[in-house]
Design a protein around this ligand. Sequence first.
Ligand SMILES: [Mn+2]
Length: 318
Amino acid sequence: MEIDFNSAAEMLKNCKSAYILIHQSPDGDCIGAGTALYYILRGMGKKARVICSDTIPKRYDFMHEEYAEEEFEPELIIAADVADEKLLGKYKEVYGGKVDLCIDHHISNTGYAKNTLVRPDASAACEVVYELIKILNVDIDDKLTKCIYTGIATDTGCFKYENTTARCHEIVAELKRISDVNFAWINRIMFDVKSRGRLKMESMAVDSMEHFLDGKCTMISITMEMLEKMDVDASELEGIAGIPLQVEGVEVGVTIKQRDEDSYKISMRSANDANVSEICSLLGGGGHIKAAGCLLHGSLEDVKKQIIEAVAKGLGLC
Ligand SMILES: [Mn+2]
């Protein structure tokens, strides 16, 4: 059932304890939203815990400096920034069908939770959490500011993507006014600093680049072998999906990341009007209009064929 901000705020207020689930391959937004919800609930005297299928990369540590893990049985299961139960990764088996409240901003949200607060117009799940903070009248301190800012900044590509709205600028302006948090430092850690391995990886990704459909579709592929060779783990690949979109004339940028022997995680980005959420749904995935993904099985060549076919359809080329 879809619910509004007030009902979601009531659920947070009325619970005694909650697990907050975030999606696999965690990013700045789900970590920010999940950790902010943790701080909000703890601030209201409740027990809370953030749960993720994957280890949270070290560069996000600054958001959970005041996070403490404790053991308890939760009254409420919350999911933050999780559009589909599948994205709970290994926890899908444990919490599938059991999520009481989903707080999200994905247009593709499958409505798997008992109660869903989804705002497709919000730039980030953190923006939705910010509106909840306002309704709950919670004091916004530095640790909340770090979380909310990071979520909005990362999901908007540092205020560069089309989902950057007046509202998200207003929220960040407000955060800037009331806190001393160094946003420039967060931006450097989130967008500029890369490991040596990651930079080498980028150069290999560029080497793997292929162009299809008259240059409208550009693809890069990252295999497990490449990751091993460069000694980078999958968590260091965040943002790499932006590379194929840099090419002149491209409409759809595709990044293929090998997950295991015969499965590949696909990230798709749209430069202009192509709806990659629709294209990915042809392949069993989903996401946002300009940024979406899916999981495909088969050989790498097979997977590329499936993608090209779906992109061609999506671009009205066949
Ligand atoms: Mn998000």
